[in-house]
Design a protein around this ligand. Sequence first.
Ligand SMILES: NC(=O)c1ccc[n+]([C@@H]2O[C@H](COP(=O)([O-])OP(=O)(O)OC[C@H]3O[C@@H](n4cnc5c(N)ncnc54)[C@H](OP(=O)(O)O)[C@@H]3O)[C@@H](O)[C@H]2O)c1
Length: 244
Amino acid sequence: MGRFDGKVALVTGGGTGIGRAIALGFAEEGGKVVVTGRRIDPLQEVSATNPERIRCVAADVSRGEDVKRAIAFTVEQFGALDVLVNNAAACTMGPLANMSDDALSAMLDVNVKGTLMGIRDALPHLGSRRGCVVNVTSVTAGAATPMMAAYAGSKAAVEHLTRCLAVELGPSGVRLNVVAPGMTLTPMLEANMDRQGIDQTAAHTPLRRVGTPEDVAEAVLFLASDQAAWITGQVVQSSGGLSL
Ligand SMILES: NC(=O)c1ccc[n+]([C@@H]2O[C@H](COP(=O)([O-])OP(=O)(O)OC[C@H]3O[C@@H](n4cnc5c(N)ncnc54)[C@H](OP(=O)(O)O)[C@@H]3O)[C@@H](O)[C@H]2O)c1
């Protein structure tokens, strides 16, 4: 028996990094998963590891019609939707003075609006199965972080909307929680930080290393499982203690 036997998940940004590890872990433990992202190639690579249990569809979480299409695809492929993992994100680091309108829009549209649209459109399915949502934020949501105002602010918004919706949707049996990763070795980190920066942050992390996608996936899978049936509206940091 796997923890996710008979369960169906949709993982946004599931072609790479943390989302990929979540999808592989969910399928390994008996579940069925749809992964989404804008690029089809990484999604197909993940799907090819376990085509019976992992399917993919290209969809941009900031586009309303794509969100609806991804949810419809999931239900069509696997007959239900029990777990929504809002993992996809846009991240641009740097001084606010240098941020383009497009970069600011992306961080709000993908990280905040995309999360809200996903939850809204998944609700009819989640509500009928007492399902759950796990939103992936960042330790920067709770720590004043220079050069990351837009990104960190968008992640703080996701943490608060999670608490609001946990209260709003609790009576229907739907749970919502957050995993806030610290520095994790993924393509997003490599795009934003050089080796020296990564080593310096590892040296400041109480557990003295950077996280792996699997480290973070473990926390997401726990919150998505029935083991967390009494947990809602919470933020779990998966960070080696980085923000302490
Ligand atoms: N790595 C870290 O150190 C770290 C730290 C704190 C929090 N996080 C959070 O962890 C989550 C996963 O990030 P990651 O580190 O695993 O980075 P990643 O490997 O770059 O994953 C991000 C994924 O999101 C997808 N994506 C981006 N924009 C999208 C959009 N508009 N629609 C659909 N999919 C989109 C990307 O695929 P496409 O480009 O193909 O769309 C990609 O697969 C994010 O929420 C991030 O903010 C990461």
